[in-house]
Design a protein around this ligand. Structure first.
Ligand code: PAF
Length: 285
């Protein structure tokens, strides 16, 4: 165990389990924020929420290889251990769980979670195996940390719904706390992948959130025809020369079923590529 300020860094699952057991025995409420590091303001908002609600907060940093497909950015995904530790200390996090790949996936590892139909839409078809990889690692992290609650952001909306469903389906006694998307002043949703954008791409990327607002504006002015609403969003994206659109869809916010007629509270979600960088964003009507 390595102590950085008031933050203790734990590398092995057994050390982490000991700390978590001790918290439980002492009747202390344990909050958990799983991350892949390269922490930005979006992560910080999750961590701060946990610190507000819990007696003890654990954050994890683990770039999970099983949620990256072949040719995706696992190797170049930003790693910033020192920066992450500094930010977590500043937020008042008590423990950083920082395992190696072999701690999470020891030799012979073979049991995985299969997430079912919630993983078949939106990002699912574009990232085969991604949500099974996410659910598997989150289940493992939950079993190691055994928190009372865990905090997730709505930026990864489909991930959030999948984790909530997994917790219900598998009778896990963990509350899932959801937090709003944190945005740059020009509306771009915060993401570790924004760092990949060149200057000109960064400017064009603002169209992503504008497109979602366009849908909301048109819906508020009385149009509920999803085809018309989405055509508007497509127009905004294409004007910014964002032509590589994985999807832009309106769906039920809980079941993620596709809508033809939009309703108040529906999810509008999109994934696009700006250059090589894949960006996702969403808004609720
Ligand atoms: O949202 C993320 O950063 C990751 O998908 C998560 C939940 C930490 C699992 O690796």
């Amino acid at each position: 165990m390595d102590s950085a300020g008031t933050l203790s860094v734990l590398n092995s699952p057994s050390e982490m389990k000991k700390v978590s057991d001790a918290c439980r025995k002492a009747g202390r409420k344990l909050g958990f924020v799983p991350t892949m590091g390269a922490l930005h303001q979006g992560h910080i908002s999750l961590v701060e929420e946990s610190v507000r609600r819990a007696d003890v907060t654990v954050a994890s940093v683990f770039v999970n290889p099983t949620q990256f497909g072949p040719g995706e950015d696992f190797d170049r995904y930003e790693r910033d251990y020192k920066g992450d530790v500094e930010k977590l200390v500043r937020c008042g996090v008590n423990y950083l769980f920082y395992p190696d790949i072999s701690d999470i996936y020891p030799d012979g590892f073979q049991t995985t979670v299969s997430v079912g139909t919630l993983g078949d839409c939106l990002c699912g078809p574009f990232r085969p195996g991604h949500f099974d990889g996410v659910a598997t690692v989150v289940l493992k992290l939950f079993n190691i940390v055994r928190p009372d609650f865990a905090v997730f952001g709505r930026k990864d909306y489909q991930q959030l719904r999948i984790i909530q469903k997994m917790v219900r389906d598998l009778d896990m006694d963990i509350e899932i706390v959801e937090m709003p998307i944190v945005r740059e002043p020009d509306g771009l949703a915060m993401s570790s992948r924004n760092a990949y954008l060149g200057e000109e791409q960064r400017i064009r990327a603002t169209a992503v959130n504008k497109a979602l607002h366009e849908v909301r504006g048109k819906f508020k002015s009385g149009c509920d025809d999803c085809k018309i609403l989405l055509a508007e969003a497509n127009r905004v994206l294409r004007m910014a020369q964002i032509n590589d659109i994985n999807y832009i869809e309106i769906r039920d916010p809980e079941t993620l079923e596709l809508r033809h007629r939009a309703m108040e509270g529906d999810l509008v979600a999109l994934a696009v590529r700006v250059g090589e960088t894949r960006l996702i964003d969403n808004i609720v009507l």
